[in-house]
Design a binder for this molecule. Structure first.
Ligand code: PLP
Length: 400
């Protein structure tokens, strides 16, 4: 008798799933560091700051006072009330957002997946302004819908326009994944641009998932939220969380704000996958949203540090006139065209490998965002490291 076949054959659900390229870069950088190399890791999109002390203390207090048990699937009423209250302020006089419209998840990544999975299915097409965060394509595919990349104009920060969207739409188009400020380009959509995108979606009956995880990190005044401009939230899902603005990546708290029936469906779905986000993390997130000015001061100080790093990085890159960078208006990324773009196939991957192996700088190849001629550089590390890394990038450009 032949031995049983123990090899793993993935199910059809994940047969085409790709590993997250950003996580892969980070792991390679860590492995090289472990070998003693002095790598500057500009791969991961994670703020280097500690969570503000006031938030940590509030969570410690909550832990000692019962935040150790299951909560409602959709999150504690305290946190959902805080989220709804903030959203209501942004909605202005249009409407009051109720806690029943909020679902809290284990990071905004789960919130995005909940929304994709509950809204899209076989036969549906979903427009994804590109380049975009790598997970959108996979989340849409995991929902068994088809991701349709809509490449923005590199001369306009890779923004997409209603005309570009409609050029890619078919009768099967069911939704669009919006993100502002954009990972990986740092582009921030203006109020009128966002208004126009929401208007075309409304006209066509598309669902809009607005990923606003970087909204607080914008350098030219407040970035516009879909909450500020959407006429109605009937077909809009706002996705946000505490990870980036409050330096709380490891707490894993994100949320959706949507019409109540969709919120109910997403909570039902989550009740069978992960159930509630950690009670203590929810308490920390509630503190972040309700402690007011003392926490907001820290957030503003972090944003100022991101701005200083961006300015320092751009000043160094400007010393080499052949370097093309998308003007970074928010988030903490630089999207840089790789040398050899247009001549070498997958120039971004080639350049990222060179930067890592010869210049000890880890960045993410643009192929991860469907823009293979580019690289993404995260400046979410201290300013001296950012400056050193930028000098190395300039050296690498000049060496080619
Ligand atoms: N959305 C975008 C555009 C991101 O870049 C990230 C993380 O890198 C996320 C969502 C996920 O954030 P969270 O930590 O809240 O899951």
């Amino acid at each position: 008798m032949s031995p049983p076949d123990t090899s793993f054959a993935p199910s059809e659900n994940i047969a085409k799933l790709k590993e997250s390229a950003t996580i892969a870069v980070s792991q390679r950088a860590k492995a090289l560091k472990a070998e003693g190399r002095e790598i500057i890791d500009l791969g991961a999109g994670e703020p280097d700051f500690d969570t503000p002390a006031l938030i940590r203390r509030a969570a410690q207090h909550a832990l000692d006072h019962g935040a150790t048990r299951y909560t409602a699937t959709e999150g504690t009423l305290a946190l959902r009330t805080a989220i709804a209250a903030r959203a209501t302020v942004r909605r202005g006089r249009r409407e009051t957002i109720a806690p029943a419209q909020v679902v809290v998840s284990n990071g905004s990544k789960q919130s995005l997946f909940n929304a994709c999975f509950c809204l899209f299915g076989p036969g549906d097409e979903v427009l994804i302004p590109t380049p975009s965060w790598t997970s959108y394509y996979e989340m849409v595919a995991l929902s068994r819908a088809t991701a349709v990349a809509v490449m923005g104009d590199p001369n306009d920060g890779f923004r997409v326009t209603p005309a570009l969207l409609t050029a890619h739409a078919t009768e099967r188009t069911r939704g669009i994944m919006l993100n502002t400020p954009v990972n990986p380009t740092g582009t921030v959509y203006t109020r009128s641009e966002l208004d126009a995108l929401l208007a075309i979606a409304r006209e066509r009956g598309w669902w809009v998932i607005c990923d606003e995880i970087y909204l607080r990190i914008a350098f030219d005044g407040d970035a516009t939220s879909c909450l500020d401009v959407a006429e109605s939230l009937d077909r809009v899902v706002i996705v946000d969380g505490v990870a980036k603005a409050y330096a709380m990546t490891g707490w894993r708290i994100g949320w959706t704000i949507s019409a109540a029936p969709l919120a109910k469906a997403m909570a039902a779905f989550q009740s069978h996958t992960t159930f509630n986000a950690a009670a203590v993390s929810q308490a920390g997130a509630a503190a972040a949203l309700t402690l007011g000015e003392p926490v907001e001061l820290v957030v503003r100080a972090m944003v100022e540090q991101f701005r200083a790093r961006r300015d320092a990085a751009m000043a160094i890159l400007a010393e080499e006139p052949t370097i093309r960078v998308i003007p970074p208006e928010g988030a903490f990324y630089l999207f840089i065209q790789a040398p050899g773009a247009g001549r070498v196939s997958d120039a971004g991957t080639v350049f990222a490998a060179q930067l890592l192996e010869k210049h000890n700088v880890a960045v993410v190849p643009g192929a991860a965002f469907l823009a293979p001629d580019w690289i993404r550089v995260a400046y979410s590390t201290d300013i001296d490291q950012v400056k050193t890394a930028m000098r190395r990038i300039v050296t690498a450009f000049r060496a080619r």
